[in-house]
Design a protein around this ligand. Structure first.
Ligand code: ZN
Length: 146
């Protein structure tokens, strides 16, 4: 029985879900993967896929993989471990951020105490504007409830 994403709010131009707390990511099940949840369907994203993964101490993804078109960015949210990319192994910990090109042969392994991470996939080379260049000022009336 998998934990379910909680819908927080949605509208014509947005959808908000809660996937956490991070300590409960281990309770999600996606296909054969315990501790994994993907957000594309839940959020309706069109330019990226985001997933959260939780692995107990010593566990690794059961296969190395590459991608056809998408680069991935792994962000470590809790814990520590290692990544192996193209045969190179390096340590990662809370706050580590790793970009992998589509052809990079990758895997991730949890270290002492386990590992919780986010992985974002987006088509390599698709970003046309970034940081503030794609943002536009908009008119709005503040309606905060707290
Ligand atoms: Zn991947």
């Amino acid at each position: 029985m998998s934990k379910e994403l909680q819908t927080l709010a949605q509208g014509e131009n947005f959808k908000a879900v809660n996937a956490g707390p991070w300590a409960e990511i281990a309770q999600y099940v996606t296909g054969p993967f315990q501790g994994k949840v993907f957000l594309k369907e839940a959020l309706g994203t069109t330019g990226s896929e985001i997933s959260f993964g939780s692995m107990p101490e010593g566990a690794a993804v059961p296969f190395f993989h590459t991608h056809k078109e998408n680069e991935e960015v792994y962000i470590v949210l809790q814990g520590q471990g290692q990544m192996q990319i193209d045969g190179e192994v390096f340590d990662i910990k809370e706050g580590s951020v790793v970009r992998v090109s589509p052809k990079g042969v990758r895997n991730i392994k949890a270290g002492k105490g386990g590992l919780v991470f986010m992985c974002m996939q987006a088509k390599a080379g698709s970003l046309r504007e970034w940081t503030g260049d794609d943002g536009l000022p908009a008119e709005a009336t503040e309606k905060w409830s707290k």
